[in-house]
Design a protein around this ligand. Structure first.
Ligand code: IMP
Length: 428
């Protein structure tokens, strides 16, 4: 198998960035296929910490990086991220970065709408406030401005008119000031010469790369339980985050996904609102948050923390067609005397082995736990499976059994090299 698709198997923040960075060594090109700058990937390489939210993690290794058509792109943010990473010594030009010419843009009016809705308490989802949802709404509403439109002033004018015909009444309803179409046109025209050099038919490039026998690494953002179809709707993001989207969001057919590597945190976290059956409100939850440094990369919000939910990840294994998992942050459990794993849920006299779709049900589920003994030793920085304490090995093996997938990689610290390889996804 030549390609690898990396996706988050829980609610995001599983540590995809580090794994993608580690795997990009073995890949020729890294492709993002959904989401936008709502994602937050932290890469630690020696003393340097890179925080990416829109750029594919491959840029750090100097690998050809593609922002596919499935991504919504805030062009101002893109330029500022390129500048920031440039300041850390990584020059990003059109030879390193390709932007799909058919990707849709996030505009300031999307951010306004996102934030105004969040402020209206009734609709609160706990979004990142970056305009992701409204931009996807305009995409499927067929009124979005796409990257390639920046090259065509006439098309831009017509499109801005159509866009404002939709947004003006919405803004009025939310008490936002009228948006100035002329000003938007000038801003986009000013931006065009800096964005267009990156714009290419990315689908063609990705297909040619695959045909030539090179290896593609697809980098997912967020997590399967935030998927707009399969997640805890409506408390989800606005894109398909599951591995199947790698095909549609890049223009490579469904056979291209290759080895699907699900990134799984050894416990569970979530940012924003929405159901979370194994959430902990006690000192163990606080311990996980503090030791695990569970604060959002994008918004700085504290993440909610809870026990490992095997029922949830088992569902994710199915939804994504996961071939193997990368287990992260096992070391955060070091020192806990006992650990709980959720194996299913109770709702009244019913037992569920999966997360039922209804919001009311999801909110009322009572987790069914099994308990295991913890370990006192440290697993931090372990470089071999043999170095792990016996109880940590038992915990990992039990997770594998319950979710129906095996560990291919184990990450034992944020550092690139603290990674135990059990099965090489690129060799599978
Ligand atoms: P949006 O993607 O900004 O619309 O936010 C929708 C939901 O997805 C919120 O609960 C966010 O906290 C969550 N979300 C978006 N991006 C990420 C991410 O990269 N990691 C974790 N949660 C995310």
């Amino acid at each position: 198998m030549a390609n690898v698709t990396v996706i988050g198997a829980q609610w995001g923040d599983e540590g995809k960035g580090k794994l993608v960075d580690w795997l990009s060594n073995r890949a020729d090109v890294v492709v993002r296929f959904q989401g936008g700058h709502n994602a937050g990937h932290t890469l630690v390489v020696g003393e340097q910490v890179y925080k990416l939210s829109l750029l594919p993690s491959g840029v750090v290794q100097g690998k050809l990086s593609v922002i596919g058509n499935g991504v919504v792109v805030d062009p101002w943010h893109l330029l500022s991220e390129i500048e920031k990473i440039g300041g850390q010594g990584i020059e990003i030009g059109p030879d390193l970065l390709v932007l799909a010419d058919n990707a849709c843009l996030i505009l300031p009016l999307h951010r306004d709408l996102d934030q105004a809705r969040e402020a209206a308490a009734l609709n609160k989802i706990g979004t990142t406030g970056r305009g992701i949802g409204p931009a996807y709404e305009d995409k499927v509403g067929r009124r979005a401005i796409r990257v390639g439109d920046l090259a065509d002033r006439e098309a831009l004018e017509v499109k801005i008119d159509r866009l404002l015909a939709h947004h003006t009444p919405l803004r009025r309803g939310l008490g936002l000031p009228e948006y100035d179409g002329e000003a938007l046109l000038s801003e986009l025209e000013a931006l065009a010469p800096r964005i267009l050099p990156f714009a290419k038919p990315a689908w063609l490039l990705v297909n040619e790369i695959v045909k030539s026998g090179k290896r593609v690494l697809f980098e997912g953002a967020q997590g399967a339980l935030l998927d707009v179809d399969h997640g805890t709707y409506p408390y989800v993001t606005s894109s398909n985050t599951v591995a199947g989207q790698a095909a549609a969001g890049s223009g490579l057919g469904p056979r291209g996904a290759g080895f699907v590597l699900g990134i799984v945190k050894a416990y569970t976290t979530r940012v924003g609102e929405g159901p979370f059956p194994t959430e902990l409100f006690d000192e163990v939850g606080q311990h996980l948050g503090t030791v695990g440094k569970e604060f959002g990369t994008v918004t700085g919000r504290s993440r909610r923390c809870g026990w490992f939910d095997a029922a949830l990840v088992r569902q994710s294994v199915a939804l994504n067609g996961i071939t193997g998992i990368a287990l992260t942050k096992l070391d955060i459990l070091d020192g806990l005397p006992s650990l709980k794993i959720c194996t299913g849920y109770r709702l009244g006299d019913q037992v569920f082995t999966y997360l039922p779709a209804g919001l009311k049900a999801q909110r009322s589920l009572e987790p069914i736990y099994e308990e295991m003994e913890g370990w006192a030793e440290t697993t931090h920085g372990a470089r071999s499976f043999r170095d792990l304490p016996a109880n940590a090995v038992k915990y990992v093996r039990r997770i594998e059994e319950l979710i129906g997938a095996q560990v291919a990689l184990l990450s034992t610290s944020p550092q690139r090299d603290d990674t135990i390889l059990m099965r090489d996804p690129f060799q599978d």
